[in-house]
Ligand binder design. Structure first.
Ligand SMILES: Nc1ncnc2c1ncn2[C@@H]1O[C@H](COP(=O)(O)OP(=O)(O)O)[C@@H](O)[C@H]1O
Ligand SMILES: [Mg+2]
Length: 368
């Protein structure tokens, strides 16, 4: 469908969903949108053809559940935004997001988070050389361990699905697992010894469903009376702050509660688990309904996204125009270029740290 076709008055708004091998949520979601969309909003499995520049993908709203595994969807979705689609979740932010930044940022917005440090990878990128790492100081392990303390959690800074997540009880255990992490960027995090674990499924930033979660057995528990009203209000408020700060319309926000304080543990889940067999039939029904209502609302409102990005503002003519190049400017730049004398030697004075980081070897930064 071209942009022109989509704009034909009376044509229903179209919703497309991008999925991996999950097989319960997508069908139920498509069915519900088609039931509730009243002929004005229709949903289907998105059909992704090779995206062309400037081409509208034919979907007013795209629900992305899998671009973290199918990389071609990333440029496809970004192109869709540029050409007018609303994408859940924002493909620009999802790519940039990481758990270390998230903790650092969200603490400043008043949400409790465990102390966290980010660690250099064990293995270097093979296309680098020792001197490529000259800015990286040797990690001060004692300082890190004194700050985080044991037990602690070692996990990837952008992970998901409990992959490469280790609970470590001592420096020895830490190094044992850390040395298996290859080129991953890991964080070491304070262990929150919780008496309650809560997972919130969140839709459209403000619609929050806190669910009791049993991390030991890795299962959701249907219980409508598992926390006080006060704690519930705090958790919902914190989850809203997180979603508004990160811009996620679909997320799962996890809290470990210690001494009555909810600590946000994992809130970078832009394609949260929505499987019938995992979240239980009860919460599955809730999320199918919430996601369908939200997406229908977004489609009917013709909601736009990413309008804060400079390129989006430029496209709408909302930025001060880029200044034209004047003849005087051109002449001055040419004169300056001509007057510039070549440097005498390529070897620059190196900062003291360079020699140390590259094992005492002096380098001039040139390729050999
Ligand atoms: N700092 C922590 N304190 C206590 N438990 C944690 C901590 N970090 C992780 N966990 C436990 O490990 C699980 C997986 O870690 P998480 O950060 O959610 O990684 P993933 O993104 O892979 O799901 C959590 O659900 C929680 O049970
Ligand atoms: Mg998690």
């Amino acid at each position: 469908m071209t942009e022109k076709e989509k704009r034909i008055p009376g044509n229903p708004k179209k919703v497309g969903i991008l999925v991996g091998w999950e097989d319960t949520f997508p069908g139920a979601f498509i069915k519900r949108v088609n039931e509730k969309g009243d002929g004005k909003v229709v949903a289907e499995m998105a059909k992704v053809h090779a995206p062309k520049m400037g081409e509208h993908p034919g979907y007013d709203v795209l629900v992305d559940r899998i671009s973290h595994e199918i990389e071609i969807y990333k440029p496809y979705l970004k192109n869709a935004v540029v050409n007018g689609s609303y994408v859940i979740n924002d493909p620009f932010w999802w790519i940039s997001d990481d758990k270390f930044f998230d903790n650092s940022m969200i603490e400043r917005l008043g949400v409790a988070v465990p102390k966290t440090v980010v660690l250099p990878p064990v293995q270097a990128n093979p296309s680098t050389r020792p001197e490529s790492h000259r800015n990286l100081m040797l990690t001060q392990w004692k300082e890190i361990f004194d700050y985080i303390k044991f037990p602690a959690f070692l996990k990837p800074y952008d992970g998901g699905g409990w992959k490469n997540v280790y609970k470590v009880n001592s420096p020895e255990e830490f190094f044992h697992y850390y040395h298996q992490t290859g080129r991953l960027i890991m964080v070491l995090q304070e262990f929150i010894d919780f008496d309650l674990y809560i997972r919130c499924i969140t839709v459209g930033k403000d619609n929050i469903m806190p669910i009791k979660y049993d991390p030991k057995n890795r299962c959701y528990v249907v219980d409508h009376n598992f926390m006080s009203a006060e704690l519930g209000a705090k958790v919902v408020r914190d989850a809203r702050v997180i979603n508004h700060a990160l811009g996620y319309d679909m997320n799962s926000v996890e809290f470990a509660v210690r001494d009555g304080i909810p600590y946000a543990i994992d809130f970078m889940n832009p394609a949260p688990d929505m499987d019938y067999w995992s979240i239980t039939p009860h919460y599955f029904e809730w999320v199918v309904e919430a996601m369908s209502d939200f997406v229908i609302k977004v489609a009917n409102e013709d909601r736009k996204m990413a309008e804060h990005y400079p390129w989006a503002k430029m496209m709408k003519g909302l930025m001060t125009p880029v200044p034209d190049v004047t003849t005087e400017e051109l002449q001055a730049a040419t004169a300056k270029a001509k007057a510039t004398k070549p440097a005498e030697k390529a070897e620059a004075k190196e900062p003291a740290l360079a020699g140390k980081a590259s094992g005492g070897k002096k380098t001039n930064g040139k390729k050999k």
